[in-house]
Design a protein around this ligand. Sequence first.
Ligand code: IZC
Ligand code: ZN
Length: 413
Amino acid sequence: MKLDVLITKARLATLAGGRGPFCGRAMRNIGLIEEGVIGFRGAQIAFVGDTAEAERARIEADLILDVEGRLVTPGLIDAHTHLVHAGSRENELVLKLQGKSYLEILQEGGGIHATVRATRSASEEDLEQRASRSLRSMLLQGVTTVEAKSGYGLDRDTELKQLNVAKRLNQLQPIEIVSTFLGPHAVPESHIGREEDFLNEMIKVAMEVKEQNLAEFCDIFCENGVFSLAQSRHYLSVCRSLGFQLKIHADELEPLGGAGLAAELRAVTADHVVAAKPGDLMACAQSGVILVLLPGTSWNLGSKPANARFILDEAQGAVAIATDYNPGSCPSESLQLMMAFAVNQYRMTPEEVLTAVTRNAAWAVGRGDRIGSLEVGKQADVCIWDTASLAYIPYHFGTNHIWAVFKRGQRVV
Ligand code: IZC
Ligand code: ZN
């Protein structure tokens, strides 16, 4: 067998097995191969096995990389970010120290509204430069695919501007970008008391987004003081009929029922779910909705962590973990830091956490058939870690443990 790249003497966490995200107990099955070997032909994985199997297959390769026992995993996938934006909100740190809450800051015209003002007045070049710096930092930490939401325009032109920047960046650098239209991220100051009009305007924008193929998912911020459950149901149902897959910012602060709505509408993911009712989490698990947990956000807002052990042990649900990278509630691009938070705050095992940032995150962005596990025929997106031990990564937190990264078979770090 003739290949382009062969990685030998790896501790290979394949995350292989069947189709779909791993649920509940199965999230511990990382498919480890000791003395593992993985080979790429072009952008695809063409061989996975151990040393003995590789010898039997008589593999030749242009590049052979002996990784001396290092851990090798699928490339990391960040399934929830607000990547493209302008400005920063460190002033809110001080307001929070004075006792102001996230929603109070928003209602006083700060928060998302501050980022909307900055993003509306930024040029495409400026937005692109900022987002590409963030992507560079993500790539160095092992992220090979990222979901990116709009939502800092709350008007047609700026929403399309954000999505066009994401589309261009998808071609300009190695990380693959999956776009989500989040027009209803807040009620703009111009539409207070006229939420229905605003949602109808955003539905028109969603139609344009679909025509121009600028996003695969639609999302809404379903929260007290933002959009109600009934408004979210209406908006998401229309988006689904337009052909979008669905995500929802659900029960981040109050138990409004957003997770239950995700189950009802067969959304791909329900995100945050910190305050979700147990019955709604159960409904998500039973409907195959992936719960995307964002531990950096609850850490940063000082709120209680999501009930991951309930989701995994009682509901037998599928969990993904993401950064929520945004300039307000989680200004960090570090998915490795989120892995540490997940162990520490959610009491998830390192195996569950790895599944949550690879295989399950791939299904959370609608790419599970192509990425998220190391199997023949899948895309060659791979992280090589500077340790043999998976637990060492969340244990030694705050440090980057990447040794090398491959995207579509090419070494990019
Ligand atoms: O800019 O505050 N929660 N949306 C919903 C956010 C946080 C982002 C922000
Ligand atoms: Zn978010």
